[in-house]
Design a protein around this ligand. Sequence first.
Ligand SMILES: [Zn+2]
Length: 101
Amino acid sequence: MVCSFCQKNECEGYLKWYCSECSRLKRLLNLHGDRVYEILDNVLLRTEDKQNNKIKVEIKKEVKEQEKKLELNLNESCELYENNNNKQLLTELKQRINKKK
Ligand SMILES: [Zn+2]
């Protein structure tokens, strides 16, 4: 039976609606939700030469978000140490953060 999504490949198996590639897409969609549509809109609805730039921008954005999260976690850790009166450890942590900047 032909895949009911791409209408091109054979279904994964008996009693399956999708081929292996479309099943993979479905799993990604279930995992990442609206983010998948966002990426498809932002990346694929562009001319090919603009696509590579957009991909780079998207990756940079993702890295920035991760860095921000990391910094927040570090700041929270600092507060935790401060509350525990562990001044020396706090100073070391702050020095490490400043070195990274
Ligand atoms: Zn398919």
